[in-house]
Ligand binder design. Structure first.
Ligand code: PLP
Length: 423
């Protein structure tokens, strides 16, 4: 007798590779794939499952950076600051806000690293509510988020209130409701959990935090450019996110920050630098913060690091973030179907939500041998990453990943796991 649960997924009919090719043939985003450097029309090359950690470069960025060296920097020299660069953190911020974040102009900027922006905005938030004594965070948030909030708590004499997050899921509205109180100043959570891919309910949690009179800061590192947000409509106070993940800004490209228009003029950030003042070249005797979002800058903005992200933002403008999300969901569904078909018999479990509405753009597959599997796969030009405990992360970048690539990569995981567990 055949158990119904073991019937192959209709997603894999008539066989996985043919199914993958059919999905590619009907994928409206398929043409974007060949706009990435290193991807040819007819060869998959490296199977890249890590675009959620470091996105691929676009061909347009290769041209843009070369042009910048010769024309932007080489020809314009210091005139570039007046002509374009002084405003670049805000022009790119506004474009990103419109294309992917649901943020009206004047609230989003490109700044320092995610870590530094998290520090600046978190410190600004707790200083805004000085009579409150607690910061709420979760045990499974990314290390930098936990470490720097620990530092801020020491600096300001605050208490950390930890939500114990399920490492195969994430933080729920109920958990947040139980953790906040009239003592809460700030709640810091990730939109998509870096380990499990769990997608938090931002509007519901934001409402709960506001009902407690506190501010919320959302970390969008694993969602920006893949899962849309509606920061204005959801009444989010503060957000930060990476640009070198799904936004393909390149290694160490600077993060973006978002501060709601209601808060901008009322927050003071802790790194008071000359680039954040009302009149930068007046070079006045005292720090006078700019009225707008410029006040969250500190020193000279990293212009070179802001070049490449513009080409991915342009692609998102072209196809729409909802199409990106639709493909992201289809890619993760396909990867899960392949895991059920090929990897479940080898003892692998899916450590990500099966409900697509609660899942971001990556899938984590759990098995005790995954650390070894990952290093064997890297030798074979199949590149996922490994996260404790036992998790192989399959990151799927909707603009650059094809369904065939997913199929080839998952077959490689199956083969590597088979070899390692037979030994
Ligand atoms: C990737 C990531 C970061 C990285 O911070 P950097 O300062 O860019 O190193 C921070 N938070 C989360 C949730 C991340 O996924």
């Amino acid at each position: 007798m055949t158990d119904f649960d073991e019937a192959p997924s209709p997603l894999l009919e008539p066989d996985p590779l043919s199914a993958a090719r059919a999905l590619d043939a009907s994928d409206p985003l398929a043409p974007f794939r060949t706009r990435f450097a290193g991807i040819d029309d007819d060869s998959a090359g490296v199977v890249y499952f890590d675009g959620n950690s470091l996105g691929r470069p676009t061909r347009a960025s290769v041209d843009r950076i070369q042009r910048f060296l010769v024309e932007g920097w080489g020809d314009r020299l210091i005139r570039g600051w007046d002509e374009e660069w002084m405003e670049l953190p805000f022009t790119i911020g506004d474009r990103l806000g419109r294309a992917a974040l649901g943020a009206a102009p004047g609230q989003t900027f490109i700044g320092d690293s995610t870590t530094v922006l998290l520090y600046k905005l978190s410190r600004a938030a707790v200083d805004f509510l000085p009579e409150r004594s607690e910061i709420v965070l979760d045990t499974d948030n990314f290390p930098t988020d936990r470490y720097l909030l620990d530092g801020i708590a020491r600096e300001r004499g605050l208490r950390l209130v930890w939500i114990e997050a399920d490492t195969e899921a994430g933080v729920t509205p109920e958990q947040v409701a139980a953790a906040v109180s009239p003592r809460t100043a700030l709640v810091v959570l990730s939109h998509v959990a870096y380990r499990s891919g769990f997608l938090a309910d931002v509007p519901a949690i934001t409402r709960i935090v506001h009902d407690a009179g506190a501010l919320v800061l959302w970390d969008l590192c694993h969602s920006a450019g893949s899962v849309p947000t509606e920061l204005d409509a959801w009444d989010v106070d503060l957000a930060v996110g990476c640009t070198y993940k799904y936004l393909n800004g390149g290694p160490g490209s600077p993060a973006f920050g978002y501060v709601s228009s209601e808060l901008i003029g009322r927050l003071a950030q802790p790194i008071q630098g000359w680039m954040g003042v009302r009149d930068v070249f007046r070079m006045g005797p005292e720090y006078e913060p700019a009225e707008g979002v410029r006040r969250f800058l500190s020193g000279t903005p990293p212009i070179v690091g802001m070049l490449a992200m513009q080409d991915t933002i342009a692609m998102i403008e072209e196809c729409g973030i909802d199409a990106v999300r639709a493909k992201s969901v289809a890619l993760t569904e396909f990867a899960i179907a392949l895991s059920d078909e090929w990897l479940t018999p080898l003892g692998v479990s899916v450590a990500s939500p099966r409900d697509a509405d609660r899942r971001g753009g990556h899938v984590t597959l759990s098995h005790p041998a995954m650390r070894e599997v990952t290093s064997l796969l890297w030798q074979r030009d199949v590149i996922p990453d490994y996260r404790d405990p036992d998790g192989l992360r399959v990151g799927l970048s909707p603009l650059s990943t094809s369904f065939e690539e997913v199929c080839i990569g998952m077959a490689a995981v199956r083969d590597a796991l088979g070899e390692l567990t037979l030994e």
